[in-house]
Write a protein that binds this ligand. Structure first.
Ligand SMILES: [Zn+2]
Length: 423
């Protein structure tokens, strides 16, 4: 190769490198402009500023803004001791995003372990409600998408919106109820023990110990299941409305209510178990462990005290939420004529006097109905309120429907107490 050619080739190589560097610089600039645009566009489109899970009864979750301007919500599980069952059922948080934006929420972690088994993903469990003020709620459409996820599109009418699964009922709601009713001469509030974290559990008594019949009601053994609390509100408000009707009810029966058994779980925004990982609706056929399940030990101690004083309730109902809405009667009670007769009477009255229209079954477990029947001879049942659909009203439930049911139950109890069979 001649010297000239070598110089020529060097020039060409130099030129190539220069052109390459130039293109790289231009390319980098274009790319960075592009990135800036994408970031700005993403923020502008989603408008997400924060997800506040530290509200009262806020749920445990992780979240992130996804590339496609949607927000991924990873629900936190709570776990049962020993069995390692896990539940995801509670969501309640404050979505903060700029007013006017559409935000798509994708919920993950619907992988439940129940009674020791991995549960299949059920699309009918999905529901979502929203509220501008954590008080007035409406349902928002949801759809299920691949990989067991739930998609919810939210339009931001203001800069923040509360999101939940069922209408929340917080510890402060119970405290407000108690302050409202505590001076009423028909009401007695009795401390019966404490939760794992030391919160005081109380039984609300409406009526006199001397009335001919006694009914015991428990709600909120499972923290996410708020329906029972709203039913309790309906019962108490009806019984204290000073009408001729309710005075007649209170001359006939007294209700004793443990309104929020898993109060720690409600305060901490978990789904199901108490803070020691105990299911308060399991193992009731044996005395509760006072360290692991102080909430159940308190209930049992109070019930045993009532029985010792000759004040044994004739009927006991444990309110829950599920996705079917049935009544569960005691499996062992199936052979007891009195029990079967009384449960059939109750079922008939519920169908006639309330909006209840779901199924019933005698179901053998270790839960409330079985425990109170086998240990204390109390006619007991579990009432599961369908969290997603009220068949007879053809609507998705909100608190007003459960409050209505509570009022209707007061009539049911009145007739039931008059027609009940005793041993
Ligand atoms: Zn439950």
């Amino acid at each position: 190769m001649s010297e000239n050619k070598q110089i020529y080739n060097l020039h060409i190589s130099g030129l190539r490198i220069a052109v390459l560097v130039l293109f790289c610089v231009i390319g980098l600039n274009i790319a960075s402009i592009g990135n800036e645009k994408t970031t700005k566009k993403q923020n502008a489109k989603s408008g997400l500023t924060y997800i506040n899970q530290f509200i009262e009864n806020g749920s445990n979750l992780n979240w992130e803004l996804a590339d496609n301007n949607t927000v991924n919500i990873y629900l936190g599980y709570d776990y049962e001791r020993n069995s390692l069952n896990r539940a995801y059922d509670h969501w309640h948080f404050l979505l903060e995003a700029e007013k006017g934006n559409d935000v798509t929420l994708i919920f993950h972690n619907f992988s439940e372990i129940y009674n020791g088994k991995q549960m299949p993903f059920e699309t009918w469990i999905m529901d979502c409600i929203s509220s501008p003020d954590d008080r007035n709620w409406q349902h928002v459409p949801v759809e299920w998408i691949d990989d067991d996820r739930m998609k919810v599109k939210i339009h931001m009418e203001s800069d923040s919106l509360y999101i939940a699964r069922v209408e929340p009922y917080r510890v402060s709601d119970l405290q407000n109820l108690l302050s409202e009713i505590k001076e009423d001469e028909q009401v007695k509030i009795t401390p019966i023990g404490n939760t794992v974290e030391g919160r005081e559990l109380q039984v609300i008594q409406v009526g006199s110990n001397n009335s001919p019949h006694k009914i015991f009601i428990r709600a909120r053994a499972h923290a996410w299941e708020t329906g029972g609390n709203w039913v309790v509100e309906g019962i108490i408000k009806k019984l204290l409305d000073n009408s001729r009707e309710s005075k007649g009810y209170l001359a006939n029966y007294t209700v004793y209510i443990l309104p929020m058994a898993n109060m720690d779980g409600v305060a901490r925004g978990v789904s199901r178990f108490n803070l020691n990982g105990m299911d308060l609706n399991r193992n009731l056929t044996e005395p509760a462990n006072p360290v692991l399940s102080p909430e159940n030990a308190a209930m049992e101690g109070w019930l045993e005290g009532m029985i010792a004083k000759g004040l044994k309730p004739e009927l006991a109902i444990d309110f829950h939420n599920d996705s079917n809405g049935p009544l569960f009667f005691s499996g062992k009670g199936k052979d007891n004529k009195r029990y079967v007769g009384n449960m059939r009477l109750l079922e008939k009255l519920l169908r006639e006097k309330t909006w209840f229209s779901e199924s019933t079954s005698f179901y053998g477990t270790t839960s409330f109905e079985e425990g109170l029947m086998s240990r204390y001879g109390i006619d007991a049942l579990v009432y599961e309120l369908n969290a997603h659909w009220i068949k007879s009203l053809e609507k998705k439930p909100l608190s007003e429907d459960w409050i209505l049911l509570g009022g209707q139950l007061c009539t049911v109890f009145d007739i039931y107490c008059n027609e009940i069979k005793e041993d």
